[in-house]
Design a protein around this ligand. Structure first.
Ligand SMILES: [Fe+2]
Ligand SMILES: [Fe+2]
Length: 341
């Protein structure tokens, strides 16, 4: 059939529109919980630019401290700066599969929130470094020079993940995507609540409190959808989820714990340099959890997720790094992963 061929004169109703099609033209309701979360997202909206920036003077810190704290925000942006497009892609998918109206709105809210988180990273980095881009920034100290190289390697690694994600989204059911998203959200909620509790700088404290609250809502969205879809999920999806959880662990460890060497392509002294920066930031009142605390947090977050997946008989992968036994999953590659932050 050519595009110019007119059908309207030959039949009373048009032929069915091929699916998936980005055009739902329907507003089905179903999951009441999601309406509550959407309302909360409007009530709890915040603007990173309106935080108490007037109380923050980067000159209260030494250049080494500024570079160390900016490095942490850079590490976070490797995850958070990809979150708006990642969720925008998932948001489009909710339209393509003609999801409930409230599901579409909830994914819209996540995309908006992640845009705020990314903006917050940018504001913090720009003020700390006096420069809007950690990759072209010229370091002022010896530690800053080492961190600059660390940042470049993080960026290189993060960039490898986008193409994989784009090809994964159409391939997998939203149900599979939810477990990956949930993992990121549990991880994120954990770290931000801790940073909020420990940071002394008011503007960072408030930002972390807001971001942590956003991540809590994102978590609730994933949980509500899992409750809706997982009881009727088929077994092939279950094994994909097991693999994705292992992949998510490897990917997100870089910010929640420490990057695993067999998955992240990083220089040998990367972790030593990062630890040095963390100590400097910590001493300056920027509360990054210590190694053991990170490990314990990450373990708890994983057990949390395991609790959710157990309910639906989805096998959990072995995560020996934090002492969790389970199904052995090997051969994880950057191109296989879905997790986001
Ligand atoms: Fe986020
Ligand atoms: Fe999130």
């Amino acid at each position: 059939m050519s595009h110019s061929e007119k059908l309207a004169h030959t039949m009373p109703y048009p032929p069915a529109t091929p699916q998936p099609n980005v055009y739902p033209l329907s507003w089905h309701a179903g999951t009441a919980k999601l309406e509550e979360i959407w309302d909360a997202s409007l009530r709890e909206a915040w603007n990173p630019q309106e935080l108490p920036w007037d109380t923050f003077d980067p000159e209260d810190y030494t250049w080494e401290e500024r570079e160390a704290i900016a490095y942490w925000w850079t590490l976070l942006s490797v995850f958070d700066a990809s979150a708006p497009p990642v969720f925008a892609e998932a948001f489009i998918k909710t339209y393509e599969v003609h999801e409930e109206d409230a599901v579409r709105r909830c994914f819209f809210s996540v995309t908006r929130d992640e845009q705020n988180h990314e903006q917050m990273c940018g504001l913090a980095i720009t003020k700390l470094l006096g420069h809007p881009d950690p990759l072209t920034y010229e370091p002022k100290t010896e530690l800053g020079r080492k961190l600059h190289r660390n940042a470049a390697w993080l960026y290189y690694n993060g960039g490898r993940y986008w193409t994989g994600y784009k090809s994964a989204v159409p391939k997998y059911d939203l149900a599979v995507l939810f477990s990956s998203f949930l993992m990121g959200e549990i991880a994120a909620a954990t770290i931000f609540h801790q940073m909020a509790a420990g940071c002394t700088e008011p503007v960072f404290k408030e930002a972390f409190r807001n971001i942590g609250r956003d991540e809590g809502r994102h978590m609730a969205i994933c949980m509500a959808l899992m409750e809706r879809d997982y009881p009727k999920m088929d077994t092939t999806n279950k094994s994909i989820i097991t693999k994705q959880v292992r992949a998510g662990y490897l990917f997100l460890s870089a910010v929640l714990f420490e990057p695993p060497a067999d998955f992240w392509d990083l220089p040998e002294d990367f972790i030593a340099v990062q630890r040095e920066a963390e100590a400097v930031a910590r001493d300056a009142g920027f509360h990054i959890p210590e190694y053991d605390q990170k490990k314990e947090n990450w373990r708890k977050a994983m057990l949390n997720l395991k609790g959710v997946l157990d309910k639906y008989d989805i096998p959990f992968p072995a995560i020996p790094e934090v002492g969790i036994s389970g199904e052995e999953v090997t051969d994880i590659n950057m191109k296989d992963i879905i997790p986001v932050f």
